[in-house]
Design a protein around this ligand. Structure first.
Ligand code: SF4
Ligand code: SF4
Ligand code: FES
Length: 259
């Protein structure tokens, strides 16, 4: 599973800035002049803010950096991920690092994998008015309204597949007039789908069996005896899988594969 399958979308182009030049941005109403090439996240740091919340992977995957912004000549509220969105002149910026959304509590093991389960845990799903604000707010270009419609229909698989690239940034929920928490509804569907509906992956079961059977125990013991410098050296020398490797690819040195 790769959350990078869909690239986060960028902010719409506004005024142009020369490369190497600075642009004014406004953070909590205060003006800062920052290099035009920076992302919002880097610009905040350039302006002197220390990011202890609302910052995680810095790569468009964790969803921690949901950000709202607006330009003075427009009524529109724009949204984006701070680690992916490049600053633009006169951007007024506010971050929503955590959105206090409704989150159902359940035991996924005993939860029935049937359509009604989503509605039972999140009955507010029926309040959706179909406005599409969630889809327009999504920095991952997900058809959020589409998967919420499938949730209303009780189609667990469609919700799971339609929401696969969700990074749980909370921007859709922040703007939903029906107070849906789309990403928690989606994660319920993905859990139900993965736990009860999708066939078990044979290769994973095989790998778990190998681990439990002690196949890697000797190699692990050897690693545990090494000091930090030895581990670093080993790590640097590690043969990595090429980007376009065949499924059958294995490293030349198989000593840590438990052969
Ligand atoms: S923003 Fe809320 S009400 Fe509007 S389409 Fe999305 S889920 Fe429905
Ligand atoms: S579906 Fe909502 S929470 Fe998920 S990435 Fe899109 S806006 Fe963020
Ligand atoms: S810091 Fe993880 S998505 Fe931006």
């Amino acid at each position: 599973m790769s959350k990078t399958a869909t690239k986060p979308k960028k902010a719409p182009a506004k005024g142009k800035a020369d490369e190497g030049s600075h642009v004014p941005i406004f953070v909590m109403g205060k003006r800062y002049d920052v290099p035009a090439s920076l992302t919002i996240q880097k610009a905040l740091e350039y302006a002197g803010y220390q990011l202890v919340r609302g910052c995680g992977c810095r790569g468009g995957i964790c969803g921690a950096c949901g950000t709202v912004f607006r330009f003075p000549d427009s009524y529109r509220i724009e949204v984006g991920l701070a680690c992916q969105t490049v600053v633009q002149p006169d951007m007024y910026i506010a971050q929503i690092p955590f959105f206090p959304g409704n989150k159902a509590v359940y035991d996924i093991e005993t939860l029935p994998a049937e359509g009604g389960t989503i509605a039972a845990l999140y009955p507010e799903v029926f309040k959706c008015v179909g406005c599409g604000t969630c889809t327009r707010s999504c920095p991952m270009d997900i058809d959020v309204l589409g998967y919420i419609s499938k949730a209303i229909q009780g189609d667990i698989r469609a919700v799971a597949e339609g929401s696969f690239d969700c990074v749980m940034c909370g921007l859709c929920a922040a703007r939903c007039p029906a107070e849906e928490v789309q990403y928690n509804i989606a994660v319920l569907a993905r859990r139900l789908y993965a736990r009860h509906l999708v066939p078990k992956a044979a290769h994973v079961a095989k790998a778990v069996q190998a681990i439990e059977g002690g196949t890697f125990a000797k190699a692990l013991q050897e690693l545990k005896k090494k000091n930090v410098d030895e581990l670093k050296k080993l790590y640097k020398a590690l043969e990595t899988e090429p980007d376009m490797a065949e499924d059958s690819w294995t490293p030349k040195d198989r000593s840590f594969l438990g052969d």
